[in-house]
Design a protein around this ligand. Structure first.
Ligand code: ZN
Length: 116
């Protein structure tokens, strides 16, 4: 992989990381507002089931985004360590088409199957 290609992946990953962070913050804001609204509406009767449902819906989306962000950050660290694009299992170069689609890919296609 050339220096230039590496830079392209790096900026792609940095952009992804910021996008995920922005999405997490948006969801956390919406979650807070909706939870506050529900608590207000339910008043003393306390419709807690509705509140819990709303929190869970966002919680799983937020969790997924956090996990993706961790993968992106790990890929950025591999760029800094000079190990980007190498499969964590077999050490071979990950197919460039795969990296183009999933810049934070950790494994080659063959090894990815073992981790799913
Ligand atoms: Zn592999």
């Amino acid at each position: 992989m050339t220096e230039q290609e590496l830079e392209t992946y790096k900026s792609k990953l940095q952009q992804l990381s910021q996008e995920y962070l922005a999405q997490i913050q948006d969801l956390e804001d919406i979650n807070r507002e909706e939870t506050a609204d529900l608590l207000e509406e339910s008043g003393d009767s306390g419709d807690e089931a509705a509140v819990l449902y709303s929190e869970n819906t966002y919680a799983s989306q937020i969790q997924t985004l956090h996990e993706l962000r961790i993968l992106v950050e790990a890929a950025l660290q591999r760029i800094n360590a000079g190990a980007y694009g190498q499969c964590l299992d077999c050490g071979h170069a990950i197919d460039l088409r795969r990296l183009a689609a999933i810049p934070y890919a950790q494994y080659c296609l063959q090894d990815q199957a073992k981790h799913e």
